[in-house]
Design a binder for this molecule. Structure first.
Ligand code: SAM
Length: 278
């Protein structure tokens, strides 16, 4: 049964505020599964199973994979109990995904992947939450808003804090553009399938991830301002010290955060670390 028929059967209306645009096109569901290319046995995470269309396909094609699906909307419990009844390898957790402790569900003993058609209103929080896990997934495949996917894959000159974060952890690529007709109800924006191949080792040499992200956050704290200004206000430094750090990192203080490469953020983080050990 497709999502609309299931929702009608249980007399439920999709909630716009929860990003409930259900994917009903079997070809697109197959494309997502193919893009994930998960081994049978790998752990899988789905954020927002909805009525279970993607979950069923995942469970059918990976009978030995423990699948965790996190759904915030408890109204969907009877629907998911019906659609997922034949699949004992799926565990649905009814909770806000942003409150789930992923370290508990994805310990380092097995590789894992994320495969999901996510609620668009929390895309960036979902990505931060996934990559904050101590044992990271080796691949993340998400359906998201096309423009956000483009932003994540941006090159220097158009970088954002989100792009730096995702590209620090992995290599993002847009795999397909999805027309709104493959969803019910249709979203008002274009969608895309994004694949992020996680880097096995960090792509740059930095003293600490925490400091790296503090520096990046400071750099992007003032939109379109020169790095000298955004760093001094974001890291509570004088303009002269910010200048000195940028010089040490061989960066022109007039540059803007969106122009920096990952390696240049690394240079800057190393300069900041030397200036403020710990
Ligand atoms: N996977 C289904 C599909 O492809 O048809 C549903 C996708 S729909 C775009 C997003 C789903 O995420 C909805 O079922 C919604 O209730 C759920 N959701 C929204 N916010 C959530 C949150 N904070 N935590 C977990 N699930 C959430």
């Amino acid at each position: 049964m497709n999502p609309k028929q299931l929702m009608d059967q249980y007399q439920l209306e999709p909630r716009k505020g929860l990003g409930q645009n259900f994917l009903h096109d079997p070809n697109m569901l197959d494309k997502i599964i193919k893009t994930a290319d998960a081994q049978n046995g790998e752990r899988l995470l789905e954020v927002g199973p909805g009525t279970g269309a993607l979950t069923v396909k995942l469970a059918e094609s990976h009978p030995d994979s423990p699948i965790v699906a996190v759904e915030i909307d408890r109204r969907l419990e009877p629907v998911l109990s019906q659609t997922l009844a034949p699949y004992p390898n799926v565990r649905v957790i009814y909770e806000d995904f942003l409150r789930v402790n992923l370290n508990e569900h994805f310990p380092p003993d097995r590789a894992w992947k994320v495969v999901a058609n996510i609620p668009y209103y929390i895309t960036s929080d979902i990505l931060w939450q996934i990559f904050a896990c101590q044992h990271r997934p080796n691949r993340v495949v998400l359906t998201l808003q096309f423009e956000i996917g483009e932003r994540i894959c941006a090159k220097p000159n158009e970088m954002s804090r989100l792009a730096v974060m995702v590209q620090f952890y992995g290599q993002p690529q847009l795999v397909a553009k999805l027309p709104s007709a493959v969803f019910w109800p249709r979203p008002e924006v274009d969608s895309a399938i994004l694949r992020v191949e996680t880097h096995p080792t960090p792509p740059i040499d930095i003293p600490s991830e925490k400091l790296f992200f503090q520096v990046v956050k400071a750099g992007f704290s003032q939109k379109r301002k020169q790095l000298r200004n955004s760093l001094s206000s974001g890291l509570a430094l004088s303009g002269a010290v910010a200048d000195q750090l940028l010089q040490q990192a061989q960066l022109d203080p007039k540059r803007r955060a969106e122009t920096l490469t990952l390696e240049e953020w690394g240079q800057l983080t190393r300069a900041v670390a030397e200036h403020m050990p710990d």
